[in-house]
Design a protein around this ligand. Structure first.
Ligand SMILES: [Fe+2]
Length: 371
């Protein structure tokens, strides 16, 4: 059984300046990023690398049409290394660029077992959630087929992942909130997964501790201290990425996709909407084993009795991001059936990692309770 995947070389630099001093970028490098990241942090450094700004091609999540346009633009700029500096969307697009030698998204998906690395890939995350800098999946909305699909390949791993906490110091609070809750969910789901190992749990449980303690500090000392906590949150999200990169995510993610896709709820927020609802239902089916261990660990961090752990967790998280019932996102009673079918039909990969199997009636029950 695979214990843990350590694929990219991992680096950390306090500042962009320190990164550029060690990684000498040249005109042969291509940076994929957003202008609002590049202008304040890279422009003053006179970085010679070529650039593509993702927002020139659309501001939504990555679609086949958007990625094809970016691949076309990139083909006009001969380059060796591709450097993704951004959130989940930028990183997902750069992973595709790294395996494309002129092929478009459809052609890459058609030959997904034969993908080969065409460009050295460096990933620098600017949010503290996805952990995507250490995973090998890229999620593209294939609008031509009407389906959101993950492309996975050993060749989608970055060659180097670089953490630069300075890049997160200007993160808006809402983006911090949704991305860090996503990281917390990665850490919890991967630790409860049947594919969890001592190695993934080492990273998963440590990430949980760092995120919960960080939230407690923000609540005690105010949001102003957020910039100085970014190193911890970025590291925690990277730990969680290493954990779920091997052990996988599960029902929280699976149930959140129909909500996110239908009502355009940010990924971390739609995860939070499902988070404790799924855990409480696991507990109704099986309350011992790893879930018992997780509850004890959380109740210790939260300073509460084990039987109040989910309420205490929600109480804490509500200070970071208020939890909303599903109907407040526009979800209708009829949607609950459609969402349930969608989970059963399309999320088998994630549902296989559940702490205990959840059948159709149980998925519907969770949605109904959260409605
Ligand atoms: Fe996630």
């Amino acid at each position: 059984m695979q214990q843990i995947i350590f694929e990219p070389e991992l680096y950390k630099f306090k500042t962009v300046h320190e990164f550029l001093e060690e990684f000498k970028l040249t005109e042969d490098d291509l940076i994929l990023t957003n202008q609002y990241i590049y202008e304040p942090f890279f422009k003053k450094e006179n970085c010679p690398a070529q650039t593509i700004f993702q927002e020139k091609f659309g501001t939504s999540e990555p679609t086949d049409v958007m990625v094809d346009a970016i691949l076309k633009e990139a083909s006009k700029k001969p380059y060796n290394r591709v450097i993704a500096i951004g959130g989940g969307s930028v990183i997902d697009i750069a992973k595709v660029m790294a395996v494309s030698n002129g092929e478009n998204v459809d052609e890459l998906y058609d030959h997904k077992d034969q993908l080969e690395k065409q460009h050295f890939l460096i990933i620098i995350p600017t949010t503290c959630g996805t952990g995507s800098e250490v995973t090998n999946i890229s999620i593209i909305n294939r609008t031509r087929l009407g389906v959101k699909m993950g492309l996975t390949s050993p060749n989608l791993f970055a060659d180097q992942a670089i953490l630069i906490p300075e890049l997160l110091t200007t993160l808006p609070f809402k983006v911090f909130a949704t991305s860090s809750i996503d990281a917390l969910v990665h850490a919890v789901e991967s630790s409860l997964s049947p594919k969890a190992t001592e190695y993934t749990k080492l990273f998963g449980y440590k990430a949980i501790e760092m995120i919960i303690k960080g939230y407690q500090k923000i609540i005690a000392e105010g949001k102003e201290i957020l910039p100085e906590l970014m190193d911890d949150f970025l590291t925690a999200s990277n730990f969680a990425g290493l954990a779920f990169g091997t052990a996988g995510c599960a029902a929280v993610h699976a149930l959140s996709y129909p909500l996110g896709g239908t009502y355009h709820v940010p990924h971390g927020e739609s995860n939070y909407a499902m988070f404790t609802g799924v855990l409480k239902n696991y507990k109704e089916i099986k309350s011992d084993g790893e879930l018992d261990k997780m509850e004890k660990y959380l109740s210790n961090l939260l300073g509460c009795e084990q039987n109040h752990v989910y309420d205490a967790l929600e109480y804490l998280l509500n200070h970071i991001l208020p939890k909303k019932p599903l109907h407040e996102y526009g979800v209708t009673k009829e949607d609950l059936d459609t969402f349930t079918d969608s989970v059963l039909q399309t999320q088998g990969r994630l549902m296989a990692n559940n702490f205990v199997p959840l059948d159709r009636a149980r998925v519907y029950k969770i949605y109904s309770e959260l409605y």
